[in-house]
Design a protein around this ligand. Structure first.
Ligand SMILES: [Zn+2]
Length: 173
């Protein structure tokens, strides 16, 4: 069975985003009020494998696990700023720094197929690159600014704000 990163379990309380945005949404929503699916290195590696972001034989070092949690937090902060269209320069800079670990490059194959890829061989930069490509893809398709983190207390779930409600479906008006 090949895991499909675009069809994970429906995130609690969130509308469904489409395509690359869904990957970003699922990643952010590994943290909820009840649970953190990335809490330990082992749990994080298991989730990443299920999401097809980590090869079956690969694990995470302590520093990679810490960086993974920082990446998730920086995405969450940027999505929180999307709720009211606020500019958060510090959050944007943290996310830019976290995504730089993916070492994205543009590759061209003999058939002139152009792809975004990671210049690194290791599994961790590869998964950061996959998240970065998903974010770029969602920005290109216009879904990124509508992916938001619910501001309700103890929520913070990432949701696709199709109705400009500013809150997830559980906490909408
Ligand atoms: Zn909510």
């Amino acid at each position: 069975m090949v895991p499909n990163p675009d069809s994970p379990a429906s995130p609690p309380g969130g509308g469904r985003a489409l395509g690359p945005m869904h990957l970003v949404q699922s990643f952010v929503n590994t943290l909820s009020a009840d649970a953190d699916l990335l809490r330990t290195r082992e749990e994080a590696a298991a989730w990443l494998r299920t999401a097809a972001l980590l090869p079956a034989e690969a694990g995470l070092s302590n520093s990679e696990h810490a960086a993974l949690l920082r990446l998730r937090e920086s995405i969450r902060d940027v999505l929180a700023a999307h709720v009211d269209g606020r500019e958060d320069a510090a959050a944007a800079a943290r996310l830019t720094r976290a995504l730089a670990e993916g070492r994205l490059v543009v590759t061209v194959d003999p058939a002139s197929t152009v792809r975004l890829a990671s210049a690194a061989r290791a599994s961790y930069p590869g998964l950061v690159a996959a998240v970065a490509i998903a974010i770029a893809g969602s920005a290109a398709s216009g879904t990124w600014l509508r992916l938001k983190c619910c501001p309700a207390p103890d929520c913070g779930q990432a949701f696709y704000d199709s109705a400009e409600a500013g809150r997830c479906s559980r906490h909408g008006a």
